[in-house]
Write a protein that binds this ligand. Structure first.
Ligand SMILES: *Cc1c(COP(=O)(O)O)cnc(C)c1O
Length: 496
């Protein structure tokens, strides 16, 4: 079909289009794409979570720029052969617990296709797609206990949501026209506060805003990895005395390392007393609000002036989808609204709440999944993951040779294989090898982190496909792999 899609017309000559010449043929190809992806997703549990990439992988992607058409059928064949089949399922797999990643869903995949098919630019107010996004944001406010007067925006993820939140905080609290004068005109150096466990996107945001990394005061944490309130209060006091202008506290609702939740209610109180902006990074933790059983673990989120969170992590929307909610709609708009001759408008557009002008139809997958599954189901899945984390922590506790390295708060379990004859530095090496073997065998895929100076295996459970038996297998494999490593020559010589 692609060979012959030019329309020859005597009057106008040859004119081309990207639409197919033969719609029936493309329709058939589309049907087989759906069939293939359904088979692929239905079979994920039988696949290894990781497999080594093909040896010639790099060559595959050194093809020259395609100048002439090879047709859609052959191109789909290339996708299957070079992209889909050699690729490890990773975050789709029931035993993937690395970093913090969502597992998508087959229905959401279909909704992505519909969104791309409609291909609206979700900016102005005139299209139905805008109403869909407004409704989705309204639902998210309701689900996360934000007032309906709040404003919100769907974004690529929580990094962007943090940046938007911090921008509004900076501009609102500056006490002068930041948009006009810029940071260099600031009468005082502005400072903001987060715990040492804050996500790197906070630091990047602060850098981008021109505030400089040093203006972000990283406050030490307690043994539970929650921000240490007396240190925070002291830092604010000292900064004020030294002529700085504190303007914002960032609370963690689920840190990326251990899932710790800062004492949000206390942080909100300090913000009120000191007249600071309260931003919460709830990338995945905010979703715990959907679980009636566990929502108290993230109490205080609703007190935030701005809340950043992800929909592609614990809500399993296909990448990408994140969201910012802002209590005071005017503050939000004051930071981003813009009008030009070529884009004049009366009612605010989505671009009046963020950086992007052209925007995709992210809202559709959220709208369709919320309706299809119901929000209570998400609550139950989140509950299930929290209970699986507790189950895993119990297994670790009950297993000789394994130890927990951080207290459990939501869904992240940090632990290691241990042996009393080895010092920490050797245990670190052993556990590094252990993780490599575990991942390499494709059985389970936790990631790692450092807890103090101890190397930890880290299972962050945001996975709707995991079952309890998967954690039994993880613990079994960690123990047997660890024991085998103890016998190995590299480790044996270090045994005391
Ligand atoms: C993942 C994460 C982010 C960044 O979110 P992205 O969606 O990856 O941009 C920020 N904060 C926390 C706590 C996270 O876990």
């Amino acid at each position: 079909m692609d060979k012959n899609d030019n329309t020859i017309n005597e009057k106008y000559g040859s004119e081309e289009t990207l639409d197919p010449h033969d719609w029936g043929e493309l329709r058939e190809l589309g049907h087989s794409m759906v069939d293939d992806m359904m088979d692929y997703l239905a079979n994920i549990r039988n696949e290894p979570v990781w497999k080594s990439p093909p040896e010639n992988l790099e060559d595959t992607f050194k093809e020259p720029l395609p100048l002439e058409p090879q047709g859609s059928g052959q191109t789909y064949g290339d996708f299957r052969k070079n992209i889909l089949e050699p690729n490890a399922p990773l975050n789709l797999h029931p035993r993937f617990w690395a970093w913090v990643m969502g597992s998508g869903s087959p229905f959401a995949m279909l909704s992505e296709m519909l969104a791309a098919g409609m291909n609206p630019n979700v900016d102005g107010d005139t299209q139905i797609a805008c109403h869909v996004e407004k409704q989705v944001i309204g639902w998210l406010k309701e689900a996360l206990n934000f007032p309906q007067e709040a404003s919100g925006l769907l974004l690529s993820g929580c990094s962007m949501a943090n940046l938007i939140g911090l921008t509004i905080a900076r501009n609102t609290m500056a006490g002068f026209d930041m948009r006009r004068k810029g940071i260099l005109e600031s009468p005082q150096r502005m400072t903001l506060y987060a715990s040492t466990e804050a996500h790197s996107s906070i630091e990047k945001g602060v850098e981008l805003l021109g505030l400089g990394k040093e203006s972000l005061r990283l406050i030490p944490v307690t043994n539970e990895f929650r921000i240490h309130i007396p240190s925070l209060e002291r830092a604010i006091l000292e900064d004020k005395a030294a002529g700085f202008k504190p303007f914002c506290i960032i609370g963690n609702a689920g840190t990326v390392n251990t899932g710790a939740v800062d004492p949000l209610v206390q942080l909100a109180e300090i913000c009120k007393r000191e007249q600071l902006w309260f931003h919460v990074d709830g990338a995945f933790g905010a979703c715990a609000l959907l679980s009636p059983e566990y929502r108290s673990l993230v109490r205080g989120i609703e007190l935030a002036d701005s809340l950043a969170f992800d929909l592609h992590k614990w809500m399993h929307m296909p990448y990408e989808a994140g969201c910012i909610l802002v209590k005071n709609e005017e503050h939000h708009r004051d930071s981003f609204s813009y009008s030009t001759d070529y884009l004049s408008h009366k009612d605010p557009w989505f671009s009046d709440y963020g950086l992007q002008l052209s925007r995709g139809f992210k809202a559709l997958k959220v709208w369709m999944c919320f309706k299809a599954y119901g929000i209570k189901k998400y609550g139950r899945l989140i509950e299930q993951n929290i209970e699986q984390a507790r189950y895993l922590a119990q297994l670790v506790d009950a297993s000789p040779g394994l130890e927990l390295l951080a207290p459990l708060s939501l869904n992240i379990v940090c632990f290691r294989f241990t042996d009393h004859r080895l010092e920490d530095s050797m245990l670190n090496e052993l556990n590094k090898l252990l993780l490599m073997r575990l991942q390499g065998k494709g059985i389970a895929f936790p990631s790692d982190t450092m807890i103090g100076n101890k190397y930890a295996l880290r299972a962050a459970i945001t996975n709707h496909r995991s079952r309890k038996e998967d954690f039994d297998l993880l613990v079994e494999e960690v123990r047997s792999t660890g024991n085998r490593l103890l016998e190995s020559r590299v480790i044996r010589k270090f045994l005391k």
